[in-house]
Design a binder for this molecule. Structure first.
Ligand code: NAD
Length: 440
């Protein structure tokens, strides 16, 4: 069969990356979004978020003539053979469940114009059962009816490594209902599969579950070591050494076993909550009830970080100057969705502290959502006259701070290393009082 023409519906972190990479790999791609401003920026060669390597690839893709952008679902339906759904599935207000408004709206808008055989492929992270529900919706709305099929291809990319994860992922998962859908997906990933990337072909429900099961496992690993940090704090033991010792056991491994302020972002927290909500609907809430504790451990790390800052500030942060290093939920990203860093910074602000934030990439996003906080021009600028410095996102440039240079600008050399990113011996030798979660 012919090489499929692709549309990518929803051009945020996931969709823009997918659209750009697929065009670079040689496909004709049309990116679709309801946000006209975002579409205009992408079409003019500007990636609307921070992602290393992506701006260069966008320029290359636009130059090739294989990548275009639109807000028209009719154009998308006429153009595409395989349509990737990449819209957001945030946590619903006042509930743990996923908000499916955007998925339903985008699939409905596309389906209304589907007049010929096509494959609609969900990439968004969704509650298990969504593909089956959307299959019925598409068959009802599409003029081509039964000619249109649904498939699920969950996405595992990591922000900060999105390009390499898209070009050469660890694995691809194809949830399909027919041999035709599998063939179309294989064709839509042909250059990726040609590199030897393994593919797991399965049913729709299993494909949906792979994503939430993977994120639940990763969240559990992080919260596991952070639970050990709580125990270390009660005993004077050192969770950093504990984690290193555990990591030698290849059955456990060291990745995602780094203690600290815990996880955040637009995926892990809302994905484990949506999984709990969906499992409860299915009558198997007990099976994933442990995720409530995983979430709780994660939230307690944020509170504990605030406590450590308060201790270093002499028992009360009111009126104290605090330098908050980091705003993004992780380094190499400007994403501040459910960012532990900003959670800690705004809690300190609410407690009366004068908080100055610096982040290498997320300043614009942080200022928009947290106008109540102050912002510095650099790490050193944020630290000027600070009573306490708190490191909240482990950017490389924070790891490389010269403790003596920072000691020269602060009011008092006290630091909370919320990410175990610094060498305590080096900082203490430069005169700092150094504290970290789970370390004596
Ligand atoms: P995002 O908020 O950055 O992007 C979503 C995009 O969808 C926005 O540009 C928005 O304007 C657009 N949109 C909303 N409604 C639309 C509609 N009706 N039609 C067309 N476009 C519409 O979100 P994201 O981070 O890219 O995440 C998207 C999905 O991918 C989520 O389900 C997320 O859980 C999943 N995911 C994200 C990542 C990641 O690292 N960001 C990784 C794996 C999976």
């Amino acid at each position: 069969m012919n090489t499929p023409r692709l549309t990518v519906i929803g051009t945020g972190y996931l969709g823009a990356t997918h659209a750009i990479c697929m065009a670079v790999l040689g496909f004709e791609v049309l990116g679709v979004d309801v946000d006209q401003a975002k579409i205009d920026r992408l079409a003019s060669g500007e990636v609307p978020f921070f992602e290393p390597g992506l701006p260069e690839l966008l320029a290359k893709a636009l130059e090739s003539g294989r990548l275009r952008f639109t807000t028209s679902f009719q154009e998308a339906a006429e153009f595409g053979d395989v349509h990737f759904i990449c819209v957001g599935t945030p946590q619903k207000q006042g509930s743990h469940a996923a908000d499916m408004t955007y998925v339903d709206a985008s699939v409905s808008a596309l389906a209304a114009h589907l007049t010929r055989k096509a494959l609609v492929v969900g990439k968004s992270t969704v509650p298990v059962g969504t593909a089956a529900r959307l299959t019925a919706l598409v068959k009802e709305l599409a003029p081509a009816g039964d000619e249109v099929e649904l498939a699920w291809n969950p996405e595992f990319l990591r922000e900060g490594f999105a390009v390499e994860d898209t070009m050469k992922p660890d694995r691809l998962v194809f949830g399909v209902a027919s041999a035709w859908a599998e063939e179309r997906l294989r064709a839509a990933f042909e250059p990726v599969l040609a590199q030897g990337v393994p593919v797991k072909v399965t049913d729709l429900a299993t494909a949906e579950l792979v994503k939430v099961a993977a994120n639940s496992f990763l969240a559990t690993k992080i919260s596991y070591i952070n639970a050990m940090a709580e125990v270390c704090e009660a005993t004077g033991a050192d969770v950093h050494d504990l984690a290193e010792a555990l990591a030698f056991d290849t059955r456990i491994g060291g990745r995602f076993l780094r203690p600290g302020l815990g996880f955040g972002g637009g995926c892990l927290p809302k994905d484990i909550r949506a999984f709990m909500a969906r499992a409860e609907e299915l009558g198997v809430g007990q099976a994933v009830g442990f995720l409530r504790e995983i979430d709780g451990i994660n939230q307690r790390r944020r509170a504990r970080t605030v406590d450590l800052v308060t201790e270093l500030a002499g028992g009360d942060v009111a009126g104290k100057r605090i330098a908050a290093l980091g705003a993004a939920f992780k380094p190499n990203s400007d994403d501040i969705r459910d960012a532990p860093a900003l959670d800690v910074a705004s809690t300190l602000h609410r407690l009366g502290a004068r908080v100055t934030v610096f982040d290498p990439a997320a300043m614009e996003n942080a200022k928009r959502v947290h106008p109540e906080l102050s912002y510095g021009e650099s790490a050193l600028d944020a630290a000027r006259d600070a009573d306490v410095v708190v490191l909240l996102t482990e950017w490389t440039e924070f790891r490389e701070i010269d403790p003596a240079a920072m000691a020269a600008v602060v009011a008092g050399p006290s630091i909370v290393d919320g990410r175990h990113a610094l060498d305590p011996a080096e900082w203490r030798a430069a005169g700092w009082e150094y504290r970290a979660l789970g370390r004596p």
